[in-house]
Design a protein. Sequence first.
Length: 526
Amino acid sequence: MGYVFWYIGNGSQIGIFPRSVSIFHREYFVNFRQEELTITTDRIILNLKGGYLTDIELVNENAEKLGTYYVAFTGMNLIYLNGSLLNKGWKFGVGPGVLTSKIYNYTDYAITLNGAVVGNLENGEVLLLVENLGYGKTIPTPSVYFRGLTDVQNFKLGPYVRFFGDIDIDAGFVLSANYGVFGINASPSLKNLIAGFSLDVGTFTFRYDYEYYWIGYFTHRIGFNIFWGKQKELEEKIERHERILAEHEEEIKSLKRRVEELEKGAKDYAKNLVESAKNDKDPESALMKLQIAMAFDSVPGIEGMIDSLNGVIKENKKRGYISRINTYMRNKLYSDALAEALLFLEEFSDDRDALRVYNDVKNSINKLRNSQSVEAEANQKYDNAKIRKIDILIERGDYVEAAKILNTIPQNPDRVKYINKLRAVAERYLSEAKGYIQNKDWVKAKYYLEKSLKIYPLPEESGLLTYVEANMKRDANYYYLKSLEMYQKGDVSMAFAYIKEAFTLDPNNEKYRNVYFRLKNVLRED
């Protein structure tokens, strides 16, 4: 009889905390109290309970009141686990228990067996308790409690079910959340509703629960946990690290989704470029579009189209050179023919047709009496042609290529003029790099510094470049993502700048390597 009161209101409030002492006071209804003490170490769970019920009427066989009496009960359960509660994984344990109760002038007792299964999983926990399997003068009421909780950042949520003997059952779910030192919990079930809060101060946790029973009465539960040693601090660190890890995993998942979206957008952009190239009547413009399209998507058949366009462009250029050279030779403009032949050979240095045409022109000029003056005039026109090419390159913004050609021209007023132009461009790039340094946009700063160095070396560039490279601490995947963004915006130069850094940080990544070399070939970067 006395032990019937033992589990009233116990429900979902079972908790097992390594290296702690938990003390709770329960106030159920008038003249009924219960106290509970739980001591938990790495492997041992010791639970002590005691309570009383007073002012019970004592009546005789005629239902006449003779007075009052009280009921008292105590108990102890001990469980020893095969593994530490601090470790991840599954732990199993068993242990003995004892129950006593006193009703009026009668004292009863029982010896019990108790067991537990505890699972500390990556994203939650599982708890199974089987208690009070035993025999004695007071008949023990067996109890089976099962709960599964899932951790979602600072929340814990999960169902539980509890059986008493073979006739009584309770089931519900547990919800708890922690916000710094403050925690809240709620647990509705078939029998009652429990809601409460907790406060953590160092190694001390205070807790209050309010319980309302559907049969019409309510109770209170007040208690606290004390953790000893450094366990509380260690657990808090572990929880923080697990929470940070969970947040990082969410960030990684979000980043993967973002990359997938950008890669899909890049493929769509590449397909649009291919369609545009098919309708472009300018072979060089179409070729550029196809090469850019190949950077992030290997569209079927695109390599064949590129090879075909390269062939068309090469043949068109060769026919143009040969046509102009033949025209100059027919009109006996030998210096113009030789200058054009030199340009032809420079652009197609490995082509047999270019070498043959150059030799034909050179042999014809060698037969002239004034061959030396013709060659001198041709060299002058050859340099002038380079100057015109530099002018065109500067006009369309290809400053690095212009600087390369300028370095092959002898010192003269035209060379000085274009050096000053390129120096002004290099200074403008350096100024842009400084702006990006102020905004901590290191990749763009590095891109403009390297461009400035290639166009015209300035005293500040090398030092700033070293400073920028020391500050580039983001990972390769971030640069790849930025490259995708720039590519879809049509900013191929910046797409190359970002993929270059991704490839530098992770040269074994095949995806980065392919994009880097494809864009490098399109932009003719060193």
